[in-house]
Design a protein around this ligand. Structure first.
Ligand code: F6R
Length: 621
């Protein structure tokens, strides 16, 4: 099982360069191993290496790149869950003759039976992977029978035999002018250039060369050549496709002078918020991007579930406060991986909001499918145009955060909060629980947030300095109340995943029910304060919580509204954020926590953009 980056190319440039550049931009999808195959000199030149792409490049320098002088090729970066990330399990995998190469993302569920069949026919496997079966099957289909000498037909036949989720890219040394790719489940896009065509798991791989793209649907196969592409289903029938133009360019996918992507993406948050809000308040009304639901359907909603994973789940926890307040509808927020296994009570009046940056997270996708089977309506909040989750939903609201390359979510998280709020306002508008002028006011308050976040970014250097001081801490606790509680959870998640440091977020009121026992002298505790004006009662309760932990020797790091003097005696470190309405506070208070986690990780010597054991899109359950 794996989540991987895939790229294929047929054109007029050196394929090795195009493929390596593409892999560099896809490395966020997995970095356990990398490999390339280029059709050259009547054969296939292949190199693969465990570890990061840099290892593969070093290996290519060692063996020399002369053998790779072709203009058709493909590559892969792998995130392994089964099978050690060693050279022999790295992609591309070849058949016995070495003339067929395959890269694969997903899992071939019936591979044990297929492997047994191939071994019984005398084929020796060179790896422990399920993917290698596809190489042998394609080679056999191309060598004999009805599909002999026809690579697309051979791949189609093999796809019909494979069970599970897979994206495959296949080359054959006998077919130097084409590459075949197939999709079931994990994403695949075609890039259309002048005299060159690309396939990749993500447009970032080819955005340098073209912004014209086509997203492949489920069970579709594409043949790419220099002249263009042809999409068919697994039975060879022409399949409908949806062309689109990518609305961001290469600079969005590059670091632009920042030391790492995550810092660039933290800095891009004001723009991400503004772009997410743009165009959603038209003629005094909130509008979604795609709505295959009637207004009556929205009016009939009697319960909302937000389903998501990780940071996206935290964005849902934030939104619950706003949606319940604005709509008076009960809102449950649930981890997508738990949702469908506990028989949630769903019917056609339930609105399930599926939040996913990638739009391809397997747990969230399965939750969407489960909800739709139970007749619930599904609204996707997604950052990736045309991804599977929005395709399978009844309505869509896109976050326009642009490509997020750093594995830890930052700008997508803030954009998700803003989009979830738009969903809440759309529901309030449809149900009439807010007057139009109230909806307008809430929207305009949201519109002021990009500027507020820009001001918070002014604290970057100061928070980084604090991060360096905390880099030796054994653990860090995060406390918050109300909308500050999910912010505390998000701050702890960032620190765990980036700095590999033990971190936990708590609802501050829970402290005395157990966690306070963790407090010991010197332990850093980050406290997310509410506004003293917005929710005075919460504020004073949190002030007592800080004084309790400070009395027990904790080092308190307080995120508080500018001018909040009551916290001064209790704050060993104070990070000030601008005053904003209560429900919007997470948009400002999360930002210092992102910067803090990134800097602690950097000063501990870790790769901020590619934390260990993680991948950006988790297309396995
Ligand atoms: C944490 C992080 C993950 C993702 C989660 C969901 O920084 O990035 O927790 O938020 O894997 O991913 P999407 O939003 O793509 O469904």
């Amino acid at each position: 099982m794996r989540v991987c980056g895939i790229v294929g190319y047929v054109g007029h440039r050196p394929a090795l360069d195009v493929v390596l550049d593409g892999l560099r931009r896809l490395e966020y999808r997995g970095y356990d191993s990398a490999g390339v195959a280029v059709i050259a000199d009547g054969g296939l030149a292949v190199e693969r290496k465990a570890g990061r792409l840099a290892n593969l490049e070093a290996r290519l320098d060692e063996v020399g790149r002369d053998g790779f002088a072709g203009t058709a090729g493909m590559g892969h970066t792998r995130w392994a869950t089964h099978g050690a990330p060693v050279d022999r399990n790295s992609h591309p995998h070849r058949d016995v003759s070495g003339r067929v190469a395959v890269v694969h993302n997903g899992i071939i569920e019936n591979f044990i039976a297929l492997r047994a069949e191939l071994e019984a026919a005398g084929i020796e496997f060179a790896s422990d992977t399920d993917s290698e079966t596809a190489a042998h099957l394609v080679a056999r289909a191309y060598a004999e029978g009805d599909t002999a000498g026809d690579l697309p037909a051979s791949v189609r036949g093999v796809c019909r035999r494979l069970e599970g989720a897979f994206t495959l890219v296949v080359t054959h040394a006998d077919e130097p002018d084409l590459i075949v790719a197939a999709r079931r489940s994990s994403p695949l896009v075609v890039g259309i250039g002048e005299g060159e065509t690309f396939v990749a798991s993500d447009v970032a791989a080819f955005i340098e060369h073209t912004r014209e793209a086509v997203e492949l649907g489920q069970d579709q196969l594409v043949v790419i050549t220099r002249a263009g592409y042809e999409v068919v289903d697994f039975h060879g029938e022409t399949a409908p496709v949806k062309p689109f133009t990518v609305d961001w360019d290469l600079s969005a996918a590059e670091k632009g002078g920042h030391e790492y992507f995550m810092l660039k993406e933290i800095d891009e948050q004001p723009t991400a918020l503004a772009d997410t809000l743009r165009g959603h308040f038209v003629g005094g009304r909130i509008v979604l991007d795609e709505q295959r639901l009637s207004d009556q359907d929205l009016r009939d909603v009697d319960k909302v579930f937000v389903v998501a994973c990780g940071s996206a789940y935290h964005s849902g926890l934030v939104a619950k406060y706003a949606i319940e307040h604005w709509t008076r509808l009960p809102v449950e927020v649930e981890l997508a991986s738990e949702f469908r296994y506990r028989d949630p009570v769903l019917d056609r009046d339930t609105l399930v909001v599926a939040v996913s940056q990638s739009g391809e997270t397997a747990d969230t996708l399965e939750a969407v499918r489960h909800a739709r089977e139970q007749k619930a309506r599904v609204l996707a909040v997604c950052n990736t145009n045309g991804a599977q989750i929005p395709r399978e939903s009844d309505a869509v609201l896109y976050t326009h955060a642009g490509p997020e390359i750093g594995v830890a979510s930052t700008k997508a998280f803030l954009a998700q909060i803003a989009a979830n709020y738009l969903v809440g306002l759309a529901l309030a508008q449809a149900r009439g629980t807010k007057y139009p002028d109230e909806v307008a006011r809430e929207f305009h308050e949201l519109e002021a947030m990009p500027e507020a976040v820009r001001r918070v970014l002014g604290c970057t250097a100061r928070v980084q300095e604090l991060g360096r001081e905390l880099s030796d801490a054994k653990a860090v606790l995060f406390l918050g109340r109300h909308v500050g509680y999910p912010v505390a959870l998000e701050g702890a998640l960032k620190l765990k995943e980036l700095a590999y440091m033990h971190a936990e977020g708590f609802a501050a009121g829970e402290l005395k029910h157990g966690p306070i026992a963790l407090i010991e002298p010197g332990l850093p505790v980050v406290v997310v304060m509410p506004s003293p004006k917005g929710r005075a009662v919460l504020h004073s309760k949190l002030v007592s919580n800080i004084s309790e932990i400070q009395a027990r020797g904790a080092r308190t790091i307080v995120i508080a509204e500018e001018g909040d003097e009551t916290v001064l005696p209790f704050a060993d470190e104070l990070i000030e954020v601008p005053a904003v309405p209560t429900l919007l506070q997470p948009l400002v208070s999360t930002v210092p926590l992102q910067i803090l986690a990134a800097e602690i990780a950097r000063s501990r010597g870790y790769d901020v953009d590619k934390p260990r054991n993680l991948a950006k899109s988790v297309t396995v359950e």
